[in-house]
Design a protein around this ligand. Structure first.
Ligand code: ATP
Ligand code: MG
Length: 325
C-alpha cells in the first residue's frame, strides 16, 4: 500500500506556531504566590517540541515562528538547530521578549500556569519571502490546534495548506485543544476546515470526539473518515495509542512501562516520531512503536522536549523497556 503521507524526499515537515521557554517549579503545590525554587529555561511550545522530535529522528524538518532577541530565544534556536531543524524561518523580534510559560504541578497532578504568549514574540511572525520559499519546497505541514489561537499563525497556516497540498504535500493535525478552551466561532470554523483537509489526525482522549463533532469513539472515527481524513492515531496517555486506517484496520499499541517524571510534551514527541517514521516509509505498526517510545521516553525526563530521542536512543529505549500488557 502506498503511504498516505508525502515521502521525506518531497521536502521538510514544517510546523508553525508558538516557541516558548518553560520554567518549572521543582516542588508540588498551588501556583506561584510565593518565592520558590524553579528550574529552566527549557525550550518549549507544542509545535517546537513536535519539530524537535522530527529532526532528532532524522526527518527533514523546519520551523516557522518567532522568538525575542534574548537568551530565551537563543535557547530555542540553538536547540532546534542542534536537532537538525531548519531554523532560517524563525524570526527574531527586536522589540518583544520570547514567549514563556511557568508551570507548577499540584499534588493531584493538575497544573497552574503563568503564560506570556499572546503579547510576546511567540505571536509576532507572519508571511515573508523566506516563509513563502520554504512552503514551496516543503513536503508536509503539521498543525497544532494550540497555534490556532495565535492570529498570525492562523494566517500563515491558511496560506501554507494550499501551497503544500498543491505540490503533492500532506497535512497532519494534532487538535491539542484543552476541552475547557472555548474557541470563537471563526477559529472553530477554521479548525473544522483544517480537520476535513487532514491526511493524518493525532487527537488525544476527548479531542477525537471534539474534532469529529459527534460523541462516541466509533462514531467519531466513522465521521472523520467520511469527511476525508485518511489515517487517525488516538493517543491514550499511559494506556497507549490506537491506529485506525480507512480500510477498517485497527492496531493497538501498548504503552511502555516507565516512571513518569514530567508528562508535558508526550503527545508532541509521539506525534513527531510517528509522522517522521511514516514519511520515512515505515508501516503504521512500526511507526506506532517509535511514537510510543518517543512519548514514553519524554515523560521520564524533566523539561518538555528534553526527552525527545534520536533513532539510536529510541532503539535502545525500545530494546530495554517493557511494555504494558
Ligand atoms: P500532551 O500532554 O503532550 O498534550 P497528549 O495528551 O497529546 O499529550 P498523551 O496521550 O499523553 O498525548 O501521550 C502520547 C503518547 O505517549 C501515548 O499514547 C503513549 O504512547 C505515550 N505516553 C504518554 N504518557 C505515558 C506514560 N506515562 N507512560 C508510558 N507512555 C506514555
Ligand atoms: Mg496533546
Amino acid at each position: 500500500m502506498a503511504s498516505i503521507l508525502a515521502p521525506d524526499h518531497l521536502g521538510p515537515t514544517v510546523c508553525v506556531g508558538e516557541i516558548l521557554v518553560e520554567i518549572i517549579a521543582t516542588t508540588d503545590g498551588d501556583g506561584f504566590l510565593e518565592a520558590q525554587p524553579l528550574v529552566g529555561p527549557f525550550p518549549s511550545g507544542a509545535p517546537a517540541i513536535f519539530i524537535s522530535q522530527c529532526g532528532r529522528l532524522g526527518g527533514s524538518a523546519a520551523m516557522v515562528g518567532a522568538v525575542g532577541d534574548d537568551d530565551f530565544g537563543r535557547v530555542n534556536i540553538d536547540r532546534l538547530k542542534r536537532d537538525g531543524v531548519d531554523v532560517s524561518t524563525i524570526a527574531v523580534d527586536p522589540d518583544y521578549p520570547t514567549g514563556s510559560a511557568f508551570v507548577r504541578y499540584r499534588k493531584d497532578g493538575s497544573r497552574d500556569f503563568v503564560y506570556n504568549i499572546a503579547r510576546s514574540a511567540a505571536a509576532r511572525f507572519g508571511w515573508s519571502q523566506g516563509v513563502n520559499d520554504l512552503f514551496h519546497r516543503s513536503g508536509h505541514l503539521h498543525v497544532m490546534g494550540s497555534a490556532l489561537s495565535v492570529p498570525s499563525a492562523r494566517d500563515v497556516i491558511d496560506r501554507a495548506v494550499e501551497i503544500v497540498k498543491a505540490r503533492g504535500g500532506t497535512l497532519s493535525i494534532d487538535p491539542n485543544i484543552r476541552k475547557e478552551l472555548q474557541l470563537d466561532q471563526d477559529t472553530e470554523r477554521r479548525f473544522a476546515q483544517l480537520v476535513a483537509a487532514a491526511d493524518l489526525l493525532l487527537p488525544s482522549g476527548e479531542e477525537l470526539e471534539r474534532a469529529a463533532g459527534v460523541p462516541g469513539e466509533a462514531e467519531a472515527i466513522g465521521r472523520l473518515f467520511g469527511i476525508g481524513v485518511k489515517e487517525i492515531v488516538l493517543k491514550r496517555g499511559a494506556d497507549g495509542a490506537t491506529y485506525f486506517g480507512r480500510d477498517g484496520e485497527r492496531i493497538d499499541a501498548p504503552a511502555f512501562l516507565v516512571e513518569e517524571v514530567d508528562p508535558t510534551g508526550a503527545g508532541d514527541c509521539f506525534g513527531g516520531a510517528y509522522l517522521t517514521c511514516r514519511r520515512l516509509g515505515m508501516s503504521p505498526q512500526e511507526a506506532l512503536i517509535y511514537g510510543s517510545a518517543a512519548g514514553a521516553r519524554n515523560v521520564t525526563i524533566r523539561g518538555p522536549m528534553e526527552g525527545a530521542g534520536t533513532r539510536q536512543e529510541l532503539d535502545a529505549f525500545i530494546a530495554s523497556t517493557e511494555r504494558r500488557v
